[in-house]
Design a protein around this ligand. Structure first.
Ligand SMILES: Cc1cc2nc3c(=O)[nH]c(=O)nc-3n(C[C@H](O)[C@H](O)[C@H](O)COP(=O)(O)OP(=O)(O)OC[C@H]3O[C@@H](n4cnc5c(N)ncnc54)[C@H](O)[C@@H]3O)c2cc1C
Length: 353
């Protein structure tokens, strides 16, 4: 669905820098960064056996089809990690912070199916950002649509088959909004996240790499410097530091910034005092919960009532890919409706080009 070259994807380093025991340890992808992976074999982030097991899991998932992945026994991720025999050191120092950052939950209750899908995607492709921001993805999708999407139009009511906007257009928003507006939908729980941004005069890390908190303490789960790969992300002459805090902490933005800054100062030293705090975004419904029992409850149908269709990551899986698959299913269902075919035929008759 996307014009990938036009997104101008900028790749991150294939691996992570794990903060543990007061130091940073590099965990490199042995398929893409073999020398770094070799150098890290004896790091305290997991045992040699763990590294072999990760390799085996990777091969198994790359050999599976996506259909097989989504048919796997539906158990929580923490059970999978136990079953695979990973050591506590790789779980606590690497796998938990890494997948907490992806699924926005530390208990690793998310379904094995989503884990397997995401793990396979990380193995199969690069981890990247579009050069000009994530919004270029939705801009591309919107550019191909008629009629044009009108942003910032609020849905106020769903009345029968009518989704009513102030502008008169018809859309349904995110999961909680859709649930509020359409009472017969079951309510999926959501995961929350807070993203804090700083402008740093100097780069705190040498490589464009994800930094994980492997210490199990402190508010920060992960951080990165997106402007290292896509300079447009930062204010002029600075580096953009992006910090992720899971959940919806009770502290106000100022207190949160101070606690996060103190942790960053422990990691990167005095330079953190010069970082300019830019913004704190609290995202209450960042992702739908995707625990095994929740996945089982997702209805197959995209048609709620005659003339009313639903889509979103909460109807498929909690990724951009899931949201797009769901959108495509809903669009295909709309195209199949008699009323759409009639309107389409009339349009073609009036304007054959
Ligand atoms: C910080 C963060 C990082 C992420 N990173 C990744 C990643 O690296 N890879 C990945 O695959 N996924 C990632 N995700 C998840 C991904 O962003 C979502 O799964 C995806 O955007 C869901 O798309 P959607 O269209 O279902 O919902 P959304 O993108 O949430 O879109 C719903 C839209 O509805 C609008 N809306 C809500 N209520 C109303 C209303 N009443 N009237 C009109 N409009 C309304 C909202 O403003 C919003 O624009 C991330 C999510 C977050 C929060």
């Amino acid at each position: 669905m996307l014009d990938m070259p036009a997104l101008d994807l900028r790749p991150f380093y294939s691996g992570a820098l794990v903060r543990y025991g007061g130091r940073f340890h590099k965990v490199a992808d042995p398929w893409r960064q073999p020398l770094d992976a070799l150098a890290g074999l004896l790091s305290p982030i997991g045992t040699l056996r763990d590294k072999v097991k990760i390799g085996r899991l990777r091969s198994r998932l790359l050999e599976s089809t996506l259909e097989e992945i989504f048919r796997q026994p539906n158990i929580p991720l923490h059970e999978v990690l136990h079953e695979e025999g990973f050591s506590p050191s790789i779980i606590e120092r690497f796998l938990r912070p890494f997948f907490s950052g992806v699924f926005l939950e530390r208990s690793l209750e998310t379904s094995r199916r989503l884990f397997a899908f995401v793990f396979r995607m990380f193995a199969q492709g690069i981890t990247a950002l579009p050069a000009n921001g994530m919004e270029t993805i939705s801009e591309q999708l919107a550019a191909g649509l008629r009629p044009r999407i009108q942003p910032s139009a609020m849905v106020t009511t769903v009345d029968g088959t009518e989704v009513i906007l102030s502008s008169g257009e018809r859309v349904v928003g995110d999961a909680p909004a859709a649930i509020r507006l359409v009472p017969e939908l079951h309510s999926p729980l959501s995961r929350s996240v807070v993203c804090l941004y700083f402008a740093a005069p100097q780069l705190p890390i040498e490589e464009p790499i994800l930094v994980l908190n492997g210490e199990g303490q402190g508010l920060i789960n992960n951080m990165c410097v997106p402007s290292q790969i896509a300079p447009n992300y930062a204010p002029p002459d600075t580096a953009l530091v992006s910090v992720t805090v899971l959940g919806d902490p009770p502290e106000d933005d100022r207190e949160l910034e101070q606690s996060v800054r103190a942790q960053l100062a422990d990691w990167f030293g005095k330079q953190v005092g010069q970082w300019r705090f830019l913004r704190c975004y609290r995202i209450p419904n960042a992702l739908p919960c995707q625990q095994p029992e929740m996945i089982e409850k997702i209805p197959e149908t995209v048609r709620l009532r005659s003339g009313l269709f639903i889509c979103g990551d909460h109807r498929e899986n909690a990724t951009i890919n899931g949201a797009m698959v769901s959108g495509r299913k809903a669009a295909e269902a709309v195209l199949q409706t008699e009323s759409f075919k009639a309107v389409d035929a009339a349009k073609r008759f009036n304007n054959p080009t």
